[in-house]
Design a protein around this ligand. Structure first.
Ligand code: AMP
Ligand code: GLY
Length: 418
């Protein structure tokens, strides 16, 4: 079997590993991949913003199944085009992926399905801003409607700053992504994520994970794409996960199906638990990075390929996904200057003793240049360790972190509650 994996980060390296744990070992092509995926398959250079290029690669490579990691190709309609070309894909079509591609669309959809979430307002004109902001008792969260690579959410401290931020977005500070603005009631509570795989009809819950989004220890410093993750999420019990599924995920999926745009693919719900009640913050039409690096090693051997394949055939079985009782801890190593201005091109040294049955390195921004490894992205790599307890997994992971060296490396020291 030939599988094309779309994407080039740590998530996609983890996906490639998970695809090769079972008795069926598919041949892997990765577009564009990185120096880590190159050891598990063949990388093909592509522009992820060009779905037509990706379809051409899938055709040339005779891919039987395409697994899409990042959001841009999904929002640009890659899965629609693959299906039109007769190629099976695991991922939502453009209309369903809009739940990540447009925050205004998501809020409107979720409200129509009575999904619990913050009060909100949708704005397209500068003259609406002051009055709309003034209707919120506390300063609201200001969000660009479209994809903004994690830079489109603002949490201003005063109403005046909210107004200035919303006006700047509408005036084009983030380009077209901010031509529509969403204001949201600012919720307080415990943040949590939950993951599912859906085939347009059946929806199955995945192991949980906890992300650590701030750059520095103790949840300080700027927001990032994610500095580490643990699975399972110690703050999410089974009852809460069932509640998230019943009150947030299933009503949204049902509303999408009623509108003729059923959701198929991985689904990642971002929530705020307010007095334990889950409130929807966002949906992502994909798996998370670095959550994937922590979750996939807890699936049974071969399960990831089976699930992705069943998803693409719309033949998922409504049976719970088995979970390894062991705990994983995934620690991200980021480049100097991340997240504002990452420095690239630093040589990377990895001690050969790092990798064992229960510890490995998922590459993100690492490429080979003149016969050696150098940094090529803001997030450079994720050390993943698996053990019987979170303390043991954290200890094993951090001993691995010390074996990866590059100038200016940044990492958090408290992933997994250490
Ligand atoms: P999002 O990309 O929509 O998840 O937003 C990024 C981050 O902003 C979230 O992980 C939260 O920490 C925060 N956030 C987003 N929306 C809200 C909200 N309505 N209330 C409080 N915090 C929020
Ligand atoms: N780690 C958060 C994300 O993938 O969006």
């Amino acid at each position: 079997m030939r599988v094309l994996v779309v994407g080039g980060g740590g998530r996609e390296h983890a996906i490639c590993r998970a695809l090769q744990t079972g008795s069926v070992r598919p041949e892997l092509v990765i577009a564009p991949g990185n120096a880590g995926t190159a050891r598990l398959g063949r990388n093909v250079a592509v522009n992820l913003q060009e779905p037509a290029q990706l379809v051409a690669v899938a055709r040339q490579e005779h891919a039987e199944l395409v697994i899409v990691g990042p959001e841009q190709p999904l929002v640009l309609g890659l899965v629609d085009r693959l299906e039109a070309a007769g190629i099976r894909a695991c991922g939502p079509k453009m209309a369903a992926a809009k739940i990540e591609g447009s925050k205004a669309h998501l809020r409107e959809l979720a409200a129509s399905a009575n999904v619990p979430g913050p009060a909100f307002a949708i704005l397209t004109e500068v003259h609406q801003v002051a009055r709309a902001v003034g209707r919120f008792a506390a300063p609201p969260v200001v969000k660009a409607d479209g994809l903004a690579a994690g830079k489109g959410v603002f949490l201003p401290a005063t109403h005046e700053e909210c107004i200035a931020q919303a006006e700047a977005l509408l005036a084009g500070s983030l380009g077209d992504a901010g031509r529509t603005v969403v204001l949201e009631e600012r919720l307080t509570g415990v943040e949590a994520s939950a993951f599912f795989v859906c085939d347009g009809d059946v929806c199955v819950r995945w192991p949980s994970a906890r992300d650590h989004k701030r750059l520095r220890d103790g949840d300080q410093g700027p927001n990032t794409g994610g500095m580490g993750a643990v699975s399972p999420n110690p703050a999410l019990d089974d009852d809460t996960l069932r509640e998230i599924e019943a009150q947030v995920v299933r009503p949204t999926l049902a509303a999408l199906a009623r509108r003729g745009t059923p959701y198929s693919g991985f689904l990642f719900a971002g929530l705020m638990l307010c007095e334990r009640r889950p409130m929807l913050l966002e949906f992502n039409a994909r798996l998370g990075d670095p959550e994937t690096q922590a979750i996939l090693p807890r699936l049974p051997a071969g399960a990831f390929l089976e699930l992705a394949d069943a998803c693409s055939r719309h033949s998922l079985r409504p049976a719970a996904v088995a979970e390894d009782p062991r705990v994983t801890c995934a620690v991200v190593l980021a480049a100097a200057g991340y997240p504002e201005r990452s420095r690239l091109g630093d040589p990377v040294d990895i001690e050969p003793g790092l990798e064992s049955a229960d510890r490995w390195l998922d590459y993100s921004g690492i490429k080979a240049k003149n016969g050696r490894l150098v940094t090529s992205g803001g997030r450079v790599a994720t050390v993943v360790a698996r053990a019987d307890s979170s303390t043991a997994a954290g200890g094993l992971a951090y001993r691995g972190v010390a074996m990866v060296r590059f100038a200016g490396a940044q990492h958090r020291r408290d992933i997994g509650g250490r």
